[in-house]
Design a protein around this ligand. Structure first.
Ligand code: HEM
Ligand SMILES: *[C@@H]1O[C@H](CO)[C@@H](O)[C@H](O)[C@H]1NC(C)=O
Length: 460
């Protein structure tokens, strides 16, 4: 009897891993999509790792032609299968897209709330994002967006500026004293990630209290842990291939949730006499409260997940953008000079940064855009179809995972011209798309559908 049940269970599992994906694959194939041959149960993960090893010999000449170095497997498959094809993470097929025109047609009729996020990633990254804004779908996404967007108003963000200036000043003072005491090497990336993490933690949930500081430290550990164990996405029982890290991330995730919950409860119970905290959590709680009682637009669990989402969505992206900016400026002293002059003119020499004046830093804007183009901190965007999607004579079946290769598009000669791999901030001088000949070819903040007019405040 037990053996019989086991057999049924095994059959069921095999069906869902082996045959169901196969059905989807066949359907995609018969719809005209091609791609590299997958094997069971790793899909194309083996190829992806092998090629990575081959290409890891350090290249000492700085070239901005990064796609084939960072994603050798995608560059290789593009040669064989074009800019749109299918590849496999474990038993999950992904439709790969590096063609903005295909993207435009695909997303033409799909509203933000109708896009899904791949279920495999939701599971895999649960300790990081939970059901926060980045992962939530449908009407829930609309509700979360409505609750959160007001907190990101320019006025609110400006009120946080002094917190950001404090952390940045501390970091720079530390660098100055390191250099004064004879240290001539600073790990700029890790310094900036630390500072950005501190800024996001301060502006999201506050770290003045002991619990806030603990959350911050645990969040960073989760990130490092998950980064190490992320390699078997889509492989059945993949988490058991890295059981230690998986369990560690899960445990930390629970501890963080408990700590954030206690911060939220403390704050909700605080007498209303005191000024509410001006961080994002404080703003969300204030908005959630009517006449001293929680309206519960967002539940406590949802608030916890949003705090985590801000942290993971906000600190590494900004830190990477800033780190690359410093590197590119180091290689291009002529732009250092331009920006110094602009800052003197707009902000003043040695003045404290006034957030209302930041918009006047026009050349700074070009430089940042060019950095986001060459070294996009979000190198790809993922979706999952929640309905059949027609693109010309092709049909993307409901349930298909979608992987948009932003780095490839940002370095595509057909879109940018022959100088696509050069650092040329001036390409953004008269054109917010940087002269890209397709409006969906420059996507540092993702693409339409999930983004609407008020998104600018949220993603910038
Ligand atoms: C240079 C900095 C940043 C870059 C390059 C960046 C990039 C992106 C991208 C590409 C997406 C779209 C993901 C998708 O559609 O699947 C996104 C969404 C999001 N980002 Fe950022 N981001 C940055 C900074 C921030 C900051 C500072 C925060 C918060 C404090 C933040 C919070 C979010 C949230 C909550 C979403 C989800 C929006 C939604 O789906 O409704 N991001 N970001
Ligand atoms: C897409 O597939 C999901 C899961 O199988 C199903 O629940 C949903 O109703 C489908 N959507 C449409 C529009 O058919």
């Amino acid at each position: 009897m037990v053996a019989f049940l086991l057999l049924i269970l095994l059959g069921k599992l095999l069906f869902s891993w082996r045959f169901f994906p196969n059905l989807v694959y066949k359907k995609l194939k018969s719809n005209g999509f091609s791609g590299p041959q997958p094997n069971f149960p790793f899909g194309n993960l083996d190829d992806m790792k092998k090629q990575k090893k081959l290409d890891s010999s350090a290249n000492l000449v700085i070239s901005h032609d990064i796609h084939s170095t960072a994603f050798p497997f995608f560059a290789q498959w593009q040669k064989l299968h074009g800019k749109v094809f299918i590849y496999w993470l474990g038993t999950e097929p992904f439709l790969y897209i590096a063609d903005p025109e295909f993207l435009k047609k695909m997303s033409a009729d799909i509203k933000g709330k109708s896009w899904g996020k791949p279920n495999v990633f939701k599971l895999d990254r649960k300790p990081m994002f939970g059901n926060g804004l980045l992962m939530v779908e449908g009407e829930d996404w609309v509700r979360h967006r409505h609750a959160i967007t007001p907190a990101f108003s320019p006025a609110n963000l400006k009120a946080m500026a002094s917190l950001m200036v404090d952390s940045a000043t501390n970091m720079l003072d530390k660098w100055a004293s390191l250099i004064d005491s004879g240290h001539h090497e600073i790990n700029v990336e890790s310094e900036i990630i630390g500072t950005a993490g501190e800024i996001i933690a301060k502006t999201s949930f506050g770290i003045n209290y002991e619990n806030g500081r603990k959350v911050f430290e645990k969040l960073r550990t989760v990130q490092i842990t998950l980064f190490k164990s992320n390699r078997y996405v889509g492989v059945p029982f993949g988490k058991f291939l890295n059981p230690k890290q998986f369990l560690k991330a899960k445990k930390l995730g629970k501890e963080i949730d408990t700590l954030l919950r206690s911060i939220i409860t403390d704050r909700s119970n605080k007498p209303r006499s005191g000024k509410p905290e001006q961080d994002l959590l404080g703003l969300l709680l204030a908005e959630n409260t009517v006449e001293g009682r929680r309206k519960r637009t967002l539940t406590t669990k949802e608030l916890v997940d949003e705090c985590k989402t801000f942290f993971f969505g906000g600190h590494e992206t900004t830190a990477l953008a800033l780190t690359w900016t410093l590197l590119l400026l180091a290689i291009h002293p002529e732009w250092q000079k331009e920006l110094r002059e602009e800052i003197k003119e707009v902000i003043g020499d040695g003045e404290i940064v006034d957030a209302t004046k930041l918009g006047g830093l026009v050349k700074m804007g070009w430089v940042m855009n060019e950095v986001l183009r060459l070294y996009s901190p979000a190198p790809n965007v993922q979706r999952q179809a929640r309905q059949d999607i027609q693109v010309d004579n092709l049909v993307i079946p409901n349930g298909t995972n979608i992987w948009i290769d932003v780095v490839s598009m940002h370095h595509d000669e057909n879109l940018w011209g022959k100088d696509m791999n050069e650092f040329k901030p001036e390409r953004f001088k008269d054109d917010i798309f940087g002269g890209c000949n397709h409006k969906m070819g420059f996507l540092p903040f993702g693409f339409g559908g999930r983004i609407d007019a008020d998104d600018v405040a949220l993603t910038m």
